[in-house]
Design a protein around this ligand. Structure first.
Ligand code: ARG
Length: 587
């Protein structure tokens, strides 16, 4: 029989089952199992302590009673684990080398890894709302975090069994179009050029238009007129609007292709333009929204700030806004996409918007007698320049994502040329692409997303420390071991004996923590937990490889070490793939 893959989850279940046989333990007893300090074991169950405190009994006594049942449990008591009571009543669980060997042998296919985690998001439909650039503007460095974090979380949740629908909520219906339409009329625009050239030109056109409205009040009125005409469906304006969006989408797609980011839907703000009025009416009828100073707003009296600072869903001039669109979007995603959960990935400055949106949705759905979906705002901090302020170009403009990627690849190319001058040119280009893009991506994902971080080329491109090049190099090094041995990863491990050396055991223990790391990301939606895990796995591999020769005269020893190599490779590659990072066989 195969051992359990997600050990933290299984041990939790087993301890619960044991506790259920003891009358003093409540049915909902949480054993609170965590990965342990390696000096004491692999996992530790701390749940007895809070229970004893609540029951005002001796925790040690409760732990002893629980331990007696655990030892009788068919799985936990099977002899594969060392179980001890420590301190005031912790239960320490240590995996024995024979179990570690069996575990590492058992899960040798990418499908095994996903199958063992599908219980986390089984039968859930999750809409991932990420990237969301605004049309007629190039994606700037601020969009990189949403795109990279959103893509990674999408991959992770699919891996954990969710049906993930990736929806790019593009800002394609904003007030910028009044100015753009006016500028088109005044200055003309050539729509026939390539999107990657046309988009920067559109940005310039917008800048020109903006200057015009700022200097000339009649131009401002004219721009407002243009916007009204567009919103009323004027054919000419709609035609130009469509072309601007096509150009923008074309340029965005080019970046998504380079970053290996995909979407199932591109339902931008404009998609909801006919639904917003209905939303306002319904919320007013349900008495959730009220008119205040001519605007339609939602107050949240129970909230310390939103009791006075309302959620504006229709401005006093009658126009709907970002909030109205987002309300209509929630309804659509529930009704048409059957969403159980919606995850929004944006900048931390939108926290108030989403908090107000979520409160409003709860009241709206409760009022309408419908179950509300789970709504989560995955927000992130700012990317800072070396000076500690938000990153800018030398001329003070916003850094464009395209330029950033180009520079990353260029810098990586210099490193590859230095390290491996004799590789064929084509291969060097491919390595530079993977390392350059991987480095930018990884530097973002390895940060706790709610923190700001300083963008540093030197740090992210270093081959030492918690970086993409370090992990990619670990992958390439393992490939090289197999290349030299003349076999494929996965071959030559049949006669593997049980793990023996300290380094083998430490590496196998690190492998067993893969499901725990993924589960933690799925719970908190913070990819950096996976980065930390992969970094520690690569470190454990490095210690193993430095201390234990893989190709030896002893066939069983060699087989088990090859097994550890191929397993480490599988876990590193799977993890990096979930982060959206392309791996290489040779660097
Ligand atoms: N277009 C927005 C921006 O650039 C992001 C959209 C996020 N999604 C949403 N449903 N509001 O900030």
């Amino acid at each position: 029989m195969k051992p359990a893959f997600d050990l933290l989850h299984s041990i939790t279940t087993w301890i619960r089952e044991s506790a259920r046989e003891i009358p003093e333990f409540p049915d909902d007893f949480d054993p609170s199992v965590r990965p342990a300090d390696p000096r004491f074991g692999d996992f530790q169950a701390n749940g007895v302590l809070p229970l004893a405190k609540k029951m005002k009994t001796n925790p040690r006594q409760l732990a002893t009673a629980l331990m007696a049942k655990i030892e009788e449990h068919p799985e936990l008591g099977s002899g594969e684990f060392d179980l001890t009571i420590a301190g005031p009543g912790f239960i320490n669980i240590t995996l024995k080398p024979a179990f570690l060997s069996a575990w590492a042998k058992a899960f040798d296919q990418p499908e095994d890894l996903s199958a063992g985690l599908r219980h986390l998001y089984k039968e859930k439909t999750v809409v991932m709302d990420f990237s969301g650039p605004n049309t007629a503007k190039q994606m700037h460095v601020g969009h990189i975090r949403s795109t990279v974090i959103g893509e990674s979380i999408s991959r992770l949740l699919s891996f954990c069994g969710a049906k993930v629908i990736r929806d790019n909520h593009i800002g394609d219906w904003g007030t910028q179009f009044g100015i753009l339409l006016l500028a088109c009329k005044r200055f003309g625009f050539d729509f026939s050029v390539e999107p990657s050239v046309a988009l920067p030109a559109l940005e310039d056109l917008y800048r020109q238009g903006n200057q015009l409205v700022e200097e000339d009040p009649t131009a401002k009125d004219e721009a407002r007129q243009e916007l009204v005409l567009l919103q009323n469906g004027d054919e000419d304006r709609m035609g130009i609007w469509k072309k601007i969006n096509e150009i923008s989408q074309g340029a965005f797609n080019e970046l998504y292709r380079r970053l290996d980011v995909t979407f199932d839907l591109n339902l931008g703000e404009s998609f909801y333009r006919d639904q917003v009025h209905g939303v306002c009416e319904e919320l007013e009828e349900l008495k959730i929204a009220e008119v205040s100073d001519g605007a339609l707003v939602v107050f949240h009296p129970e909230h310390p700030r939103f009791n006075e600072q309302p959620f504006i869903i229709r401005k006093s001039d009658g126009a709907s806004n970002y909030a109205t669109t987002d309300l209509a979007t929630v309804a659509y995603r529930c009704e048409e996409l059957d969403a159980d959960e919606i995850i929004y990935v944006t900048d931390g400055r939108q926290q108030d918007h989403f908090e107000q949106l979520f409160l409003t949705v709860q009241k709206w759905f409760a009022g309408a007698g419908k179950p509300a979906p789970t709504l989560r705002h995955v927000w992130f901090g700012t990317i800072l320049g070396e000076g500690g302020k938000a990153i800018k170009t030398r001329s003070g403009g916003s850094v464009k994502l395209r330029d950033l990627i180009d520079e990353g690849i260029e810098r990586a190319r210099l490193i590859v040329d230095g390290k491996n001058p004799n590789l064929p040119d084509e291969q060097k280009a491919a390595i530079a692409e993977a390392v350059g893009i991987g480095a930018i991506r990884y530097a973002d994902l390895m940060q706790n997303r709610t923190h700001d971080y300083v963008f540093s080329w030197d740090k992210m491109l270093s081959f030492e420390g918690n970086t993409a090049p370090y992990l990619l190099y670990a992958v390439a090094r393992i490939h090289a071991i197999f290349r030299k041995a003349g076999i494929q990863p996965g071959e030559g491990e049949e006669s593997a004996s049980d793990l023996e050396t300290e380094e083998e055991i430490q590496l196998a223990r690190q492998l067993t923590l893969f499901p725990t790391a993924i589960a933690q990301v799925a719970q908190d939606l913070r990819p950096h937990f996976l980065c930390t895990y992969l970094f520690e796995l690569a470190n454990a591999f490095s210690s193993f490889y430095n201390a234990n020769r893989v190709m030896t005269e002893n066939p069983q020893e060699q087989a088990r070490r090859l097994m550890l190599c191929s397993r480490t490779l599988l876990y590193l590659q799977t993890g990096l793939q979930l982060l959206g990072i392309e791996t290489l066989e040779q660097m």
